[in-house]
Write a new protein. Structure first.
Length: 54
């Protein structure tokens, strides 16, 4: 498994995955609106930061 993709509805998703060639964790999003994409990306990044800080 390369990552975890979560569909929030038929047009909106968030993908969490680690980089295969760098010490990075990446978050990708897709949504019908740029504003929704920005919000979703921020929520995803906040979640990753919380998990790795524990």
């Amino acid at each position: 498994m390369d990552g975890l993709k979560i569909w929030l509805d038929e047009k909106t998703w968030i993908l969490f995955r680690s980089s295969s060639n760098a010490p990075e964790f990446r978050v990708f999003v897709e949504s019908p609106s740029e504003e929704k994409s920005k919000q979703l990306l921020q929520q995803g990044l906040d979640l990753v930061r919380k998990v790795i800080s524990e």
